[in-house]
Write a protein of this length. Structure first.
Length: 154
């Protein structure tokens, strides 16, 4: 019997002109831009909170979190609601994206380890670099994008 390769489905989205991906199993839903309620004294990348069917969900601007320019809202701007594991508990977060692209499948052979850029840069939130349609896709380990300290402030 041939060994099956474990393909994983990823939701791809853009931040600036870069393509990022997150495991589809972690995505709860994709929302058009709702009204975001500001919260005082939170980090710049924390935009505020939204009401998602009676639940308070923090919304993060991933571009700002990754040191990019703040997201300009367009007709394609949306919020990807993801479930992350933090200290053994499940937390729901909204991540602002410039646009959602598509769901793609990748086999482990299509994904390379995250590049080693130096010792001072924290890139453990990058699960790997995939290749799709001739472009690199940065695959995020959504649980490691935010530290428990940052989420505690949220």
């Amino acid at each position: 019997m041939a060994e099956e390769l474990q393909t994983t489905q990823y939701l791809t989205f853009t931040l600036a002109d870069e393509i990022f991906a997150v495991d589809v199993a972690r995505v709860r839903e994709i929302l058009e831009m709702p009204g975001i309620t500001k919260v005082p004294q939170v980090p710049d990348f924390m935009l505020g909170v939204i009401n998602l069917r009676g639940c308070v969900v923090p919304v993060i601007d991933l571009r700002q979190k990754f040191g990019m320019q703040k997201t300009d809202q367009t007709v394609n701007t949306c919020i990807i609601v993801v479930e992350i594991a933090m200290e053994g508990e499940s937390t729901v977060l909204g991540s602002l994206a410039d646009s959602v692209q598509e769901v793609i499948e990748m086999e482990p052979s299509q994904i390379e380890a995250a590049p080693h850029i130096g010792t001072n840069l924290k890139i453990d939130f990058i699960k790997g670099m995939g290749k799709h349609d001739g472009r690199f896709v940065t695959i995020l380990d959504i649980d490691k994008v935010f530290s428990s300290f940052e989420l505690a402030t949220v």
